[in-house]
Ligand binder design. Structure first.
Ligand SMILES: Cc1ncc(COP(=O)(O)O)c(C=O)c1O
Length: 426
């Protein structure tokens, strides 16, 4: 039998979880708080479930210093569901804002309002996407599927600057963002902070998205959530699936600016959206509905929220006043160790993305120029040493070491030792 302590797992998600959390999870699955029933069996509307939800929110808010004017939502959507949710919700807000402005000009003449709305949607509705890797590409494709290509402005396609492959983030002056017209501008600007497949991470929040008239920024942080400090106020929506840094598969977490919720913002009515040939989203992705119901509009997997809460409170306890800054230091140190070793043996290893945008979370590299047999042998040798989950994503191949929070410094060092041994014997 192989024990957990015998291996270090570098899978990209689902990803490792702290052993102590899993041990407690095994207990609460059987018997939660000595009630004789397990956590998957209790009602999501029970006081216990509410407490679990509140604790998870509190831990996340503490870690990331989430301001009071932001809401935390838990959904079953996965990361991909949020590709759609951001579109449904922010397009509905854009449309209602536009309708109110037009109604202010033309008064109660519904026919005229609708006529002008058609024109406004036709000519002005834009959703901006910064495509820096496979996941933001998928998000932009989902937006296109929902609202049509003419409304989706791919303001950046990083492949165009890198011979058709992801791996760079070109300078911001080369992006073609929709202009911020007064009272206009895009319905959202979307980007993925860390591209899990391609190993590309935004080093910092883009300058081009800052300013008093900043657009509504939606950001996918699925694979670098709670791994570094984030200035939440710069974002309209931050989301991520839990299954990398936060917990087990099953929930996504959304951090949402409250001014996008009623009574501050009202989404367009389903009737108006239909009249304009725009999509009406499913109720389970409707942010106002989820927020109004404290994430309990429908059955929330409370066990998954419990795991996420345990992981996050573990970090709160571990790093104290440093909060997520403490984890950031550790994540950076582990990543630096691994990248330094890859660079040291550059005749054997080649890091795929450009140095300026290397991900601290998903370290993508090739062995011997991507020689298939040699990479296979590299992986087999790693497995023998208990270093698992290193195979690159099937769409790009190569090697990927995911350096999530639950990968220990010992794990990073064990990988480094193997990289050294392999390079020296090559
Ligand atoms: C950055 C990123 N976004 C979105 C997703 C999709 O998440 P899900 O599988 O939960 O839909 C993934 C999955 O790996 C991801 O890495």
């Amino acid at each position: 039998m192989v024990n957990r302590s015998d291996v270090h797992y570098f899978g990209a998600g689902p990803a490792p979880l702290p052993t102590a959390v899993l041990e407690r999870a095994a207990q609460v699955l059987l018997n939660y708080k000595d009630k004789g029933i397990g956590l998957c069996e209790i009602s999501h509307r029970s006081p216990d479930a509410n407490e679990i939800l509140a604790d998870a929110k509190h831990a996340l808010s503490t870690l990331l210093d989430i301001p009071d004017d932001y809401e935390v939502l838990f959904l079953q959507s996965g990361g991909s569901g949020e590709f759609s949710a951001t579109v449904y919700n922010l397009v509905a807000i854009w449309v209602e804002k536009k309708r109110a402005a037009i109604a202010g000009e033309v008064g109660d003449n519904q026919e005229e309002v609708l006529k002008r709305m058609h024109k406004a949607v036709d000519e002005e509705l834009k959703l901006d996407y910064l495509v820096s890797g496979s996941w933001s590409l998928k998000a932009s494709q989902e937006a296109t599927r929902l609202v049509g290509a003419k409304h989706v402005n791919v303001a950046l396609d990083a492949r165009k600057s890198n011979g058709g492959k992801f791996g760079v983030i070109p300078p911001e002056d080369q992006w073609s963002l929709t202009p911020r017209a007064s009272g206009g501008g895009p319905a959202l600007v979307y980007y993925c902070d860390n591209e899990t497949v391609d190993g590309v991470e935004f080093p910092a929040f883009p300058h081009a998205l800052e300013g008093d008239d900043a657009p509504l920024v939606c950001c996918d942080m699925s694979s670098n959530f709670i791994s570094r400090k984030v200035d939440v106020r710069k974002y309209a929506v931050i989301f991520g699936g839990a299954q990398k840094n936060i917990g087990n598969t099953g929930i996504a977490i959304v951090i949402l600016r409250k001014s996008l919720l009623p009574p501050h913002s009202t989404p367009a009515s389903p009737d108006l959206l239909r009249a304009l040939n725009l999509p009406v989203g499913p109720i389970v992705l409707d942010y106002p509905t989820i927020a109004k119901n404290n994430s309990l509009y429908n059955t929330l997997p409370i066990f998954d929220v419990w795991v996420a809460g345990q992981v996050m409170s573990g970090l709160v306890n571990a790093y104290g006043a440093k909060r997520i800054g403490g984890q950031e230091e550790v994540s950076n140190d582990k990543a630096r160790l691994i990248y330094d070793t890859l660079d040291k043996y550059s005749h054997v290893y080649r890091v795929v993305p450009d140095k300026a945008v290397r991900s601290r979370m998903n370290i993508c590299f090739r062995v011997h120029g991507g020689d298939a047999d040699k990479e296979k042998a590299f992986l087999a040798g790693a497995e023998k040493k208990g270093l698992l989950g290193l195979k690159g994503h099937r769409s790009v191949g190569g090697i990927r070491a995911s350096n999530y929070n639950a990968v220990s410094m010992d794990g990073a060092k064990a990988l480094v030792a193997y990289l050294e041994d392999y390079a020296k014997s090559s």
